[in-house]
Design a protein around this ligand. Sequence first.
Ligand code: ADP
Ligand code: ZN
Ligand code: MG
Length: 479
Amino acid sequence: MDKYEVVIGLEVHAQLNTRSKVFCGCANRYGDPANTLTCPICLGMPGTLPVLNEEVISSAIRTGLALDCSIRPYSRTARKNYFYPDLPKGYQISQFNDPICYDGHLTIETETGVKKTIGITRIHIEEDAGKSMHGLGEGTSIDFNRCGVPLIEIVSEPDMRSAFEAYAYLTKLKQILKYLNVSNCNMEEGSLRCDANVSLRLVGAKELGTKTEVKNMNSFKAVEKALAYEINRQRQVLDAGERVHAVTLLWNDATEEAVLMRSKEEAHDYRYFPEPDLVPISVSTEKIGAIRDQLPELPEARSLRFKTEYALNDEVVSILIAEVEFANYFEATVRAGALPKSAASWVTSEVLRLLKEGEYELASFPISPAKLCDLLNQIDDGKISNQAAKKVFEWMLGNNTSSVLEIINELGLAQINDEDALGLYIAEVIAENPDEVRKYREGKKQLLGFFVGKVMQKSGGSANPKSVGELVRSSLENA
Ligand code: ADP
Ligand code: ZN
Ligand code: MG
């Protein structure tokens, strides 16, 4: 038994995918040429005034409701003051006391598969700063496109007890944000960012230990690694009888080390004060009710429904619901008329394989659910073999104008069920393999597969293996 207990709390920033920024009409988009999505408001020119985007409030409330938070009918924005070149105003508009959402929770599964509830302390809205780019030329370049992009910050309670739990929390949180369609959650593009707070204490101790904060991880795996690294470091410090200092560390993914960024003494004093240019945010009970009514089906509910409505097992369902687009694709295939079992198995094997290889994305996947449904029905009706269906599938990836039937005919893949045609192949195979025929007749029944294989070969894969099996058996046994 370990003498230390690990304590982790996470602060997650998610960029909201609203059309415009939080306080001005500039487009909220990633990847445009630097400094083309700006205006006097988001550049912080003197004399300009912010106007709060209603969509930002709705997105924050949607998230809050999905995470079982209470929603404040009346909350304030606050100025968080600091100097940095990518922050032309010299402050970020954020929320300090009384954030819009508070006291929520999220359920994860621990290493041992046990369900565990992680508290959500608060969710508040905030504006993003610009982006400094080092090493592009001499000095530092700055892109202000990101200034004023809306963020929500989701702060957890210090309820996680291992790097694994932190990873599970992030995975679950991202899944929910994607189901809600409030953020793209793309860590490489910075639309999801995580700061990890971690401390150790002796097992049984009441007080929390001194925490450190690790920043700058650009994937969930990196968060997990950074935490494992920092847990190990703190353990060594404590084992040596020393104190852990409250510091902020930066994770370096290349060297897999966390390096000191600043100590607590150097921490900013943000001099928060109520934002004088904005009226308080007031949210009526009706508005909260309306947002609640429009919440989409969330992963847990969808998982339950997939199990009962489609009689699928837990493992398949958890793959299907992991990503909302994937669950939607599967369900659209079933709604088009495919058997749920067939759709689930094809989607979690063939479609998932292609997505994992990285050449395709579901958003632009060339095979529509309706087309996939046509293909699956051909298999289920015994018209083509599974092998042949894979060829049709490959073909459809590069050509989405022909119908499934046209492709089957064009590729000559229609399954031969016709006894006369199969009879000819079978007669040939029997004639060509006298030894095996003798052994079969002497009782070596497992040779059936050998004959079926030979007949399949002769038919170029287009025979129906089930019919072949039955016909071969009767030919061998009745002769
Ligand atoms: P700070 O004032 O340093 O920002 P907060 O109390 O606001 O600290 O907490 C920030 C995050 O750190 C939260 O997610 C919280 O759960 C987590 N946290 C707070 N104390 C600890 C601790 N002793 N060990 C690990 N995490 C902690
Ligand atoms: Zn602007
Ligand atoms: Mg804090």
